[in-house]
Design a protein around this ligand. Structure first.
Ligand SMILES: [Zn+2]
Length: 505
């Protein structure tokens, strides 16, 4: 028994059973007590989420089953595996690749299975698209050599010159102006720690202008540490502000790798970074979106959209949205047409991470395509377990992380959305977002629109895996969206539009 444990025993003796329970949490290095909330791999069990009772009047929506939605999510994730298994280092359902197209075709197969009509594709030509082909970085100093498991180039990074690049590493904290004071970073490789925004996509290196500052001061390369926990490999760009791209090779790495590099610098001897990065810009890639209709009794429609492209497995972003979108197609296809007041148009939208050309097209043609649209529902980043930072680790909980949300429409539409979210347990940030963001950004005010969206710190990383997408949260949003569609179909379009919309047109 070591000294620390003796002290804990003493504490337990004086403070009683409650304190003993606290110290039963294993000190670091000791074996953990198995938790009934976790599966053997340590992921939260699907039956660990407390079910919310559905009121008797709405039992019909219980047919929408979280486990079945998850099965669809897994099918979409399997498309990403094809890209990984083909040897792509920049893998996933990347916009403009055949894996994005396969995802659209996956949705088409589902729609056909549910008897939808007018299943068709539309192609959009993307602007030049960046691809990371190959890269490696080693750090040497104080007799040690480090390599970095979580290292990815920054999306959009310029390549290193042929033959690579060598530069001395300099730690610049969070990269604020104060951090750079008195530092000569010209020709050096700066190492920046970026603080993440859990629940959102932003990070401190962006708000602080850290990348632009490093580039303006003549840095030869920029390394960014993705947050203060675990070792997440991320696909993320370095922004220098509008129309101001960073022209310096950039890399991201997870905390554990970043800490190792930082601590090597702290030994006080020069640390040399040797880096190679091969990239390619591909022109004229096509982003393929697909559409289908579930006909209703009038010429008005409701849109249900979900984007297809994503990084790594992209189980949350956005296999979860595709799974919910196709589940809504399945659910409403089983309701007799006479009871469907409006058609529902389903869309698997493409190129979300390349400018969202599908919804841009809808926006440009809003006066024809969206003129009789009573509602647009966006299915994006539906369900993720809440993560608690525990020292530098992330611990998953049996709650679903709160989602950001958006409702554009009349007070009655807001009322419908509010009640549906509460009834089915869709937990939300209390305040509404100032804009829709996500794939609905282009069309957020072109018709009444609703979305919920979550962007935890694992978004765009190798942690975006199905085990962290709770079935219960998939069901909650799918049921709430189904109920919203039913309630909206009891109302005339004019009563769903916001007052400002009517006066504008
Ligand atoms: Zn997304």
């Amino acid at each position: 028994m070591n000294i620390r444990f003796d002290r804990l025993l003493l504490a337990a003796g004086t403070l009683g059973a409650a304190a003993w329970l606290c110290v039963a949490q294993a000190p670091q290095g000791q074996q953990k007590t198995p938790s009934p909330f976790q599966d053997p791999a340590g992921h939260v069990r699907q039956d660990a989420y407390a079910p919310l009772p559905v009121p008797a009047a709405d039992r019909a929506y219980e047919k929408i089953d979280g486990h079945r939605i998850k099965e669809k999510d897994l099918e979409v994730v399997a498309i990403s595996h094809q890209s990984r298994d083909a040897g792509d280092r920049y893998w996933g359902r990347i916009a403009g690749t055949k894996y994005e197209k396969l995802t659209a075709q996956w949705a088409e197969a589902k729609w056909r299975q549910y008897g939808l009509t007018d299943v068709h594709e539309q192609e959009y030509t993307l602007g030049p698209q960046w691809f990371g082909l190959d890269w490696n970085v080693t750090a040497t100093g104080s007799g040690k050599t480090l390599t970095f498991k979580s290292l990815n180039p920054a999306v959009g990074s310029v390549p290193t010159p042929p033959g690579g690049l060598e530069a001395e590493a300099v730690w610049v904290g969070t990269g604020s102006a104060a951090d750079f004071m008195g530092r000569d970073v010209r020709g050096k490789a700066v190492l920046i720690l970026s603080i993440l925004e859990p629940g959102n996509m932003g990070e401190s290196a962006g708000w602080e202008g850290a990348w632009k500052r490093a580039a303006d001061l003549g840095a030869a390369a920029i390394f960014t540490i993705w947050g203060y926990n675990e070792n997440l490999a991320v696909w993320q760009g370095m922004s220098g502000g509008r129309g101001n791209p960073i022209r310096v090779p950039g890399f991201f790495m997870g905390w554990e790798d970043g800490k190792a590099l930082r601590d090597l610098i702290a030994q006080g001897n020069p640390v040399k970074l040797k880096m190679n990065l091969k990239t390619e810009m591909r022109d004229n890639l096509k982003a393929v979106a697909s559409f289908a209709t579930l006909p209703g009794m009038s010429d008005e429609n409701i849109w249900v959209i979900a984007h297809t492209d994503g990084y790594y497995e992209a189980a949350l972003d956005n296999a979860s949205g595709l799974a919910v979108m196709t589940t809504l197609a399945e659910y409403f296809s089983q309701i007799p047409k006479e009871k469907r007041r409006r058609s529902i148009t389903f869309a698997a939208t493409s190129g979300h991470h390349a400018g969202s050309p599908t919804t841009l097209y809808l926006h440009d043609h809003r006066d024809s395509i969206l003129a009789k649209t009573a509602l647009i529902l966006n299915c994006e980043h539906i369900s993720h377990n809440d993560l608690l930072q525990w020292s530098t680790h992330l611990r998953a909980s049996n709650t679903i992380q709160e989602r950001r949300w958006w409702v554009y429409g009349s007070n009655r539409l807001m009322d419908i959305a509010h009640k549906a979210f509460l009834e089915f347990g869709v937990n939300l940030v209390a305040e509404m977002d100032p804009n829709a963001s996500g794939d609905m950004g282009h069309i957020e005010r072109d018709a009444p629109s609703i979305q919920v969206i979550d962007s935890p710190e694992i978004k765009h990383t190798d942690w975006d895996i199905p085990e962290r997408v709770p079935d219960a949260g998939l069901a909650a949003v799918a049921r709430a969206y189904a109920k919203i569609i039913d309630e909206v179909n009891k109302m005339d379009r004019k009563d769903l539009l916001p007052v400002s919309f009517r006066s504008q047109r």
